[in-house]
Design a protein around this ligand. Structure first.
Ligand code: HEM
Length: 247
């Protein structure tokens, strides 16, 4: 019987969808980190995402559509990854036992990737659903409110940890699997890749934590205004209107 090419094709699709998602995440983390340059910078970048460079007006629907595209890719990637999950508690126990006895770092990394991937099914879906349905609230003020007054910070903290570990382990495994960047000496290449992987994780975790802290700071300062009207065209700190005038 001829061997099916399907498993190899599914593997390729899994790698490609993972690569696009990981590159998107790098771009996303820099976009979110613009809050570190101040509320106006974040609002300006959010405006670009809504087409301010192309049109006279901004269109939050552009962000909705982008989030739908990312969500579709996210679901496809998760669906393809399901094939690799241990399919019963017995399988899981056997794998976990082998992993502990072997103490092999790449096997442990695989386990971390499965665990963080599983967590992201839930954490990532909540965030993407909000981005699809409320893109109009993205802005220094709206985002900081979401983080503090709408209690998104615990979810973002967990999602940040999961996505940064998952993404960089994923890229490392892709490079090994498809033979990129390993150089002439595979042992030495793997060591260098592993170092690069940790650097990437630490860098994006630090950037993400600093951005989250900046949102928290704004959100706490603004929490007294939460629920009060915001002038329609802007979401910057300056546009918070209190009852009876702008405070
Ligand atoms: C097009 C899709 C996406 C858009 C438009 C988007 C937008 C944003 C925005 C505006 C924030 C700032 C906080 C807020 O406004 O609530 C944020 C934070 C965050 N997003 Fe996304 N996001 C997208 C996809 C994703 C995906 C796929 C993930 C991971 C699975 C993710 C993970 C995070 C994390 C962890 C934070 C907190 C960042 C930090 O702590 O610095 N996002 N996102």
């Amino acid at each position: 019987m001829a061997k099916s090419r399907m498993p190899a094709r599914l593997d390729l699709w899994q790698s490609l969808s993972g690569l696009v998602l990981a590159l998107f995440m790098w771009f996303h983390m820099f976009f979110v980190a613009s809050i570190l340059l101040g509320a106006e910078s974040f609002d300006r970048v959010a405006g670009w995402m809504e087409g301010s460079m192309l049109f006279e007006q901004t269109y939050p629907i552009i962000v909705s559509m982008a989030a739908m595209g990312v969500f579709a890719l996210f679901v496809l990637h998760a669906l393809l990854a399901l094939r690799k999950f241990p399919s019963s508690y017995r399988q899981y126990r056997t794998f976990h036992g082998h992993m502990k006895r072997m103490g092999h770092e790449d096997t442990t990394l695989w386990f971390v990737q499965v665990f963080t991937g599983f967590a992201m099914f839930f954490l990532g879906s909540v965030h993407l659903y909000i981005m699809m349905t409320r893109p109009d609230t993205i802005g220094a003020y709206g985002s900081a409110n979401r983080v503090v007054s709408e209690w998104m910070w615990p979810l973002y903290l967990l999602l940040l940890l999961a996505v940064e570990l998952h993404g960089s382990i994923g890229l490392y495994r892709l490079a090994i699997k498809w033979g990129f960047l390993t150089g002439r000496n595979p042992v030495e290449g793997r060591k260098k890749l592993k170092r690069a992987k940790w650097l990437v994780t630490v860098f994006f975790l630090a950037l993400g934590l600093a951005s989250l802290a900046a949102f928290i700071k704004i959100g706490v300062t603004q929490s007294d205004h939460y629920g009060q009207p915001v002038l329609p065209a802007e979401h910057s700190l300056l546009s918070v209107a209190s009852v009876g005038g702008v405070s």
